[in-house]
Write a protein that binds this ligand. Sequence first.
Ligand code: HEM
Length: 449
Amino acid sequence: MSFLASFITSFATRFRMLLDGLVAPFQVAPAILTASGDGLKAKAATALKDPRVQRISLRLMRAFLPNLVLSKPLITAYPNTGTAIVTRYQDVVEVLDRNADFEVVYEPKMRAITGGENFFLGMQDTALYERDVANLRLAMRRDDVAAIVEPAARRLAEQLVAKQTNRIDVPKDLSQLVPTAIVTDYFGIAGAKNDDLIDWATMMFWYLFIDLAGDSTIASKALDAAASCRSAIDAAIASRKAEGVARDDVLGRCLVLQKANQPGMDDLGIRNYLIGLVIGAIPTISKASVQALDQLLDRPQALESAQAAARAGDDALLAAHVFEAFRFNPVNPVIYRRAACDATIASGSLRARKIPKGTMVLASNLSAMFDPLRMEAPESFRVDRPWGEYMLWGYGMHTCFGAHINRAVVPAILKPLLAKPGLRRAAGSAGRIDAGGTPFPQHFSVEWN
Ligand code: HEM
């Protein structure tokens, strides 16, 4: 592109961004005014649960307040002195890349969950972090995804859908069961009931990452769940050792490493790794599958072409539809860190902001994926986006450890459903995501012909 053409394109993109930002309040206001709740604050809180309202509000912020710094803490679950909301792609990346300046905060809760030790998502960029990630990568290998995890997930999803006549409650009868099978069959945590694993993982995830207000009831339920989950993992380790048979799954490989005296691979270390994996795997994969499907059902054309890809067995194209849909409502719209020192972001630009030490920084991956300065036609549903532009499960050092599993398993869960003729929402509220008072979909029914 010539200099002139690129100047004009860049000017047009910025101009459009400002216009979109100006229009945004008029689009958000009706949603807030018609939302349920007593008073404007409650109504706004309800409206902001809708991903469409979140996206429009972030449009306004990207245009006029790209890096908002408030002296008021909005998150009370972790000690902090204020809040910063970072919305542009470039700045979200900067926050998540500067590990020394913007630290993960989860350590105290991780220790409460494991009953003592930290888990690597709660660690800063240290030797122990690298050792633990490296240990777990020896046990959970990337080539397992194609050889073991995806085929098993695909088979199970096909069986679960085939069991139903023409209707399914997606979380209960499909999307929670597939990742739970990964936990039992691939991680090797056998012995616990599926429902217990799902409930424990949901409570622990809620406490660690979602309960930003530090609710004591959630904490106490999560710590009970953690104690039960620890006992179940201890029992699985003990029974595997008693069996005396080597099995080639994650637990089995951890035990092989234990025999070789690999540091970190004692029974307690293995339990800590496995509890982190359980928390990461079950509620997230289920929620991602449900939310991607929900977004597809809102877009008849995209749904039709996703269904055509599913029926034609074009897995790459199917996955492109699923993850583009997921972009519109990812599991987590922000990733949070705390400033370890006074730090300036976007230095040298008009939007540079100093973030005081102790400030909680909400780096919005949802906003980043709709930033027109980075994404082409961000509001359009496109299946030709470069994979590197997606920020669906974190960025930088702490990017999701299960990233390759997610990429294979979420489309595998949805494929047999998408192949069904006449796929649609069930009538009434059954066809809308019902989180049942939790942050995770509990019910969501769809039907087919
Ligand atoms: C679609 C499903 C999933 C989503 C949306 C998701 C989301 C995320 C996000 C956003 C982070 C980064 C958190 C941060 O930086 O503060 C993360 C990290 C992590 N996830 Fe996932 N996750 C998913 C599935 C999984 C699965 C299946 C596993 C286990 C196999 C897993 C294990 C982990 C672990 C261990 C980390 C910490 C990585 C590190 O600290 O280096 N996740 N995930």
